[in-house]
Design a protein around this ligand. Structure first.
Ligand SMILES: Nc1ncnc2c1ncn2[C@@H]1O[C@H](COP(=O)(O)OP(=O)(O)O)[C@@H](O)[C@H]1O
Ligand SMILES: [Mg+2]
Length: 1107
């Protein structure tokens, strides 16, 4: 058996008291002290957790700790309350066993804290989710609300629960919380009106006054000052370490989370305020005429405010405090209340108001946290009931509280000590009995129906006649005198007659946890728990709905004359139900121990702890535990749970369960001393054996889960595979069909192609044959046609020949006849008809000729050379003459339309023609040029204005010419002006006259025959102008210049004719020298222009491109 970690590791003292050696009270307490000193506040006795109150906060409740203890075996880690909580939660979740966690211990031992740790642990480890978290939050937040209203500072505990609380937390099958139910047990309501010295009223009063806003306080008509309120004890109004203001905010917030409506909270606070106001009511006596004292309220202000708060008519309440109405058998008797009775009524109302409000709060919380589902729930009960209390002055409340603790101890004894031992005996397990104190006898003393103290009290309360606390004590003294645990001074038992520690008005009970002295004063009253009907009816008349709910008996429609059950009776009944409830659940114990009475950390008072260890029966617990077995279980469920650990028992065991378990344990080789076989149960001594079994089972379950998974997966895969296979077959079939179809279609189409080809081929062959046959037939036909044709033509020819021959004969004959006839006729005709016919014919021909000529006349242009063709040869002469006449006429017409100017131009052109036609090659190019005369616009051009003014006569010609340089033959541009009398050469750019030669001095002009523009102006020898020599010029308009020059000479008065000398070689007089200008044809080197070159002194050669 191997456990990975253990509570034995790093242990301080021993973690489990079962292991302590030797076992004695001293070693037990020493172990507790040692662990306490090391802040190890938890120690086990088997599965019971002992918790020491550390009175300081320890870092052992963190989230990490929660994780550490989560899902771990109880003994795996060092002792902790979380281990117990985890064990309980897991048993609940996994084994479906309802659990209860019983937290016991004295007041201030840490029960309430423990219950909160358990709840917070369970909340942390159980399921999560929005809904679940809300439930958890509501369950947890119910605590601060109940603590504020139900807890108070006592001398033992600053936060002592003054009510018993049992909370059932409900879970679903998964272990998620569904909701809860809270039961409260007997609130210590006397605290509302009076608190022992050093103690406080319930927290809520102080919290409200410190924490509420000014606004709220004003609304509640309260004052922040505690001293203003009679019900608040002042000596310990503030408690160290308690921040009432902050707590108030926490409470408000918690109420909101739990689901209180805003108006509900307001009503609750109004009631709390009303209680405080009620405490301030004071009464004064007022004598009445009938001699009775009557009470009056002293200061009605508080009453007024309270009535305003609760919405009660002031007079109604005032009357309720003054009178008491007793109803009996349809009779109503009203009596006045004296001052003491008025105070009693006031306090009774305050107590009732508060305790009913508290019960309402619990119910309201229950309503909010109620599980929403009706399905079966698993339940974990947490019991945090007020602890055993021994005060200086113990009253009815302590009696009740201690009774409750007796009952819990009883349960503990029942389940852990007696039940366990009895079970061993019942099961036939060898067992040596262990002595322990059974407190059943004390329980009996208190709760026995016949002569129990509570029964006596009830009897006394219900008894007619005067009933006082003293009569009650007397009764006890007679009835319980014999009881070992009852002690009273006046009991028959003389033992206490001299016991001065036992006052006369007291009785003492030896509780399991010690002797407690109870003062009987108030027992009867508190048990009666009387509230005058006038008050409850007054309350019922309130406007505030909550008050109406709290005092249902005040409803006049439901008058109930029956006495309500007494407080003791109610409590006994509810404790009874609680015990029954707890017995149905699997108990988990937390036994709280208080280390000192000073609420101080680090102090360990041996005597105090020893006392608690004793009365809690912890030593006996250890002894039973050590002697006994940690675990037992009936054979059937045991076998059912572990049968998978052995082949013989798995999956089914045929024989009896016990044998099955025996086989199982043998098979698992569990040592024999570890277990014992009872009659119906197997007992396992050590928890480790159980854990071993559990661990084995867990592994086995894992294997089984794997097996199931394997089989399931196999099955799933198989079915999947089969499905795939089936699908594959379908797909394959479809595919094959498709493929075959496609193949078939391919083959078919190929066959069709082949077929069509063959058919085509065959058809073509047939066609060829047929064509051949047809051609043959045609050929035959043609041949035969030809043959027939030939034959026919032969025949035709022959016939034609025959016919021609016949015709020729007839023609020859006819010709012969004709010739013969014509010969005869000619002789006759020639004699007279010939001349007439001839004339007529000629006439007709001429007519036709002229008409035809008229139609085909050429155009009127003198240059048009066309002329219609001659139709008859004999008209040749006429035709030419007509042409000439027509041309002359046409020319005359043409000339007739000329102006004088044009005429002169044409005359010039004519003169040019006469001069140069066929003499100079340049001439043809000039024919098309009009002789414009002025080419430089001498009159208009401003450049030549001066030049123009110098020339006297009309300018006949003005042009730019090249003056050939005598030295090199190169030309220079000059303006050439010609007037009737002279010619002028001027500079082209400036217009300055270079030379002016009178025409009279000009003897001749020489030009070449070629197409060049060179001309030499030769001057008369001896004339004035001749001094400079002749001019050799060149111009494109040579023809025009020379023609004009020549015409001036011809028309001038003195008839000075200028000779025109046309030759390719001429002499020019340059100053003294005569130079020969020679024109040659040839291709000049530079382009096709004319080039002039001075060859030598005597020769100037001009090469002219050949035309
Ligand atoms: N585990 C703990 N850790 C720290 N302080 C504790 C612990 N248990 C109890 N106390 C202190 O002891 C005080 C009394 O505890 P409480 O649970 O109210 O006692 P009980 O309910 O038994 O009367 C608490 O107010 C707290 O200060
Ligand atoms: Mg408590």
């Amino acid at each position: 058996m191997e456990v990975k970690t253990s509570l034995l590791d790093n242990m301080i003292g021993v973690g489990d008291m079962v292991l302590i050696e030797p076992l004695s009270e001293d070693t037990f307490i020493e172990n507790l002290r040692k662990r306490f000193d090391h802040n190890e506040i938890y120690t086990y006795i088997g599965s019971v957790v002992i918790s020491m109150n550390p009175y300081k906060s320890l870092p052992i409740y963190t989230a990490e700790k929660v994780e550490e203890y989560r899902n771990r075996n109880f003994y795996e880690l060092s002792p902790h309350i979380y281990a117990l909580a985890d064990e309980a939660y897991r048993s609940l979740r996994d084994q479906d066993k309802d659990q209860c966690i019983l937290i016991t211990g004295e007041s201030g031992a840490g029960k309430t804290e423990a219950s909160k740790f358990v709840m917070s642990y369970v909340a942390a480890v159980c399921g999560k989710g929005q809904e679940v978290n809300k439930v958890k939050e509501q369950l947890l937040q119910s605590n601060p609300v109940l603590e504020a209203f139900g807890n108070a500072k006592t001398v033992r505990n600053d936060n002592s629960s003054r009510f018993g609380k049992y909370m059932d937390i409900e879970f679903d099958f998964k272990g998620d919380p569904l909701g809860g139910v809270i039961s409260n047990y007997l609130l210590e309501k006397s605290r509302v009106v009076k608190q022992p010295r050093g103690e406080r009223n319930f927290h809520i009063f102080y919290q409200l006054l410190s924490g509420a806003s000014d606004d709220t306080l004003q609304k509640l008509k309260l004052d922040r000052d505690f001293s203003k309120y009679n019900y608040l004890s002042l000596d310990s109004a503030t408690v160290n370490g308690l921040d009432d203001a902050a707590s108030f905010r926490t409470v408000r917030n918690a109420m909101q989370i739990v689901g209180f409506m805003e108006d509900e909270v307001q009503s609750v606070l109004e009631l709390v305020a009303a209680v405080l106001k009620l405490g301030n009511l004071e009464f004064k006596p007022e004598s009445r005429c009938n001699g009775f004292d009557e009470s009056r309220i002293k200061d009605k202000n508080d009453l007024k405010e309270m009535c305003e708060l609760l919405g009660i008519e002031q007079s109604v309440l005032e009357r309720a405090f003054s009178y008491r109405t007793v109803e009996a058998k349809m009779e109503k008797v009203s009596t006045t209340l004296n001052v003491a009775q008025a105070y009693y009524a006031r306090d009774a109302l305050a107590k009732n108001l508060y305790s009913r409000l508290f019960s309402w709060l619990v119910n309201r919380i229950n309503e909010s946290i109620k599980a929403q589902t009706k399905s079966r729930k698993k339940v974990m009960g947490v019991l945090d009931i007020y602890g055993f209390e021994i005060f200086e002055d113990n009253s009815f409340e302590q009696f009740i509280i201690n009774y409750c603790n007796e009952k819990l101890q009883q349960i503990f004894i029942e389940l852990t000590l007696r039940e366990e031992q009895e079970e061993y005996i019942r099961e036939g397990i060898e067992w040596t009995n262990i002595e322990y104190f059974n407190n059943a006898i004390i329980c009996d003393l208190i709760e026995n129906n016949k002569n129990g103290i509570l029964a006596m009290l009830d009897e006394e309360c219900l008894r007619p006649g005067t009933v006082t606390d003293e009569t009650f004590l007397d009764k006890l003294n007679t009835v319980c005198a014999e009881h070992q645990h009852f002690e009273s001074r006046q009991s028959k038992n003389s033992k206490f007659l001299t016991d001065h520690s036992l006052p006369h008005n007291c009785f003492r009970i030896q509780h399991y946890a010690g002797k407690v002295l109870y003062r009987v004063e108030g027992f009867v009253d508190k048990n009666n728990d009387l509230l005058y009907r006038d008050l409850s009816q007054a309350m019922y008349k309130a406007n505030q709905s909550l008050i109406k709910i709290l005092f249902p008996e005040g409803n006049p429609a439901k008058v109930n004359l029956k006495r309500p059950p007494t407080a003791g009776f109610q409590f006994r009944a509810s404790v009874g139900t609680l015990m029954k409830n707890l017995l149905t659940k699997n108990p988990n114990y937390i036994r709280c121990i208080k280390p000192n009475d000073k609420k101080a950390a680090h102090i360990f008072t041996d005597s105090l702890v020893c006392h608690q260890v004793r009365y809690l029966g912890l030593m006996e617990n250890v002894r039973v535990r050590r002697a006994g077995y940690a675990f037992r279980q009936a054979y059937e469920p045991c076998l059912e749970r572990y049968k998978m650990l052995c082949k013989q028992t798995w999956p089914h065991w045929k024989g009896p369960a016990r044998e099955g378990v025996e086989v199982l344990l043998k098979n698992l080789q569990v040592p024999a001393e570890e277990f014992a076989y009872g009659r119906s149960k197997i007992f396992i001594r050590n928890p480790r054996t159980l854990f071993f079994l559990e661990e084995k089972r867990r592994q086995c379950l894992e294997d089984l889960a794997t097996l199931i998974q394997k089989i399931y997966r196999g099955w799933k895969s198989r079915t999947h595979f089969l499905l795939l296979k089936k699908s594959q077959v379908v797909v394959a079939a479809w595919y094959r069909r498709f493929a075959q179809q496609k193949k078939y279609q391919n083959i078919r189409s190929s066959a069709l192609v082949v077929q069509s080809f063959i058919r085509g081929w065959k058809a073509r062959k047939l066609l060829r044959e047929l064509k051949h046959k047809k051609r043959c037939e045609e050929a035959v036909t043609t041949i035969s046609a030809y043959w027939h044709g030939t034959q026919a033509r032969w025949e035709l020819r022959r016939l034609k020949e025959e016919a021609r021959n016949k015709h020729a004969v007839s023609v020859i004959w006819a010709a012969w006849l004709g010739t013969k006839v014509r010969r005869d006729y000619r002789k006759f005709f020639r004699a007279n008809a010939g001349k007439k016919i001839y004339d007529f014919t000629i006439q007709r021909i001429m007519q036709k000729y002229f008409i035809g000529l008229k139609k085909t006349m050429p155009s009127m242009s003198p240059v048009d050379k066309s002329w219609p063709a001659r139709p008859y040869g004999f008209l040749d002469g006429t035709h030419q003459e007509l042409r000439r006449v027509f041309h002359l006429w046409r020319c005359k017409k043409y000339r007739g339309q000329f102006t004088e100017e044009k005429k002169a131009t044409y005359e010039e052109k004519l003169a040019a023609s006469e001069l140069f036609k066929d003499k100079k090659a340049l001439y043809p190019s000039s024919v098309g040029q009009p002789f414009k005369g002025d080419y430089v616009e001498i009159t208009k051009n401003p450049k030549y204005q001066k030049l123009n003014s110098l020339v006297e006569d009309k300018v006949l010609l003005a042009d730019v010419v090249s003056k050939i340089n005598r030295a090199n033959g190169k030309g220079a541009p000059r303006i050439f002006l010609l007037t009737k009398k002279s010619l002028v050469l001027a500079d082209q750019k400036t217009g300055q006259v270079k030379a002016s030669v009178p025409l009279l001095d000009l003897s001749s002009v020489s030009v070449s025959t070629q197409s060049d523009g060179f001309f030499a102006l030769k001057l008369k020898e001896g004339s004035t102008s001749a001094a400079k020599g002749d001019f050799l010029l060149s111009s494109d308009r040579l023809i025009e210049i020379i023609t004009k020059l020549h015409r001036i000479g011809a028309t001038s008065a003195d008839r000075n004719q200028i000779n025109i000398d046309i030759s390719d070689e001429f002499l020019v007089q340059f100053k003294q020298d005569k130079v020969c200008v020679k024109f040659i044809q040839g291709t000049p080197k530079n382009g096709n222009g004319v080039a002039c070159k001075r060859k030598n002194n005597r020769l100037l050669e001009v090469s002219v491109p050949s035309p």
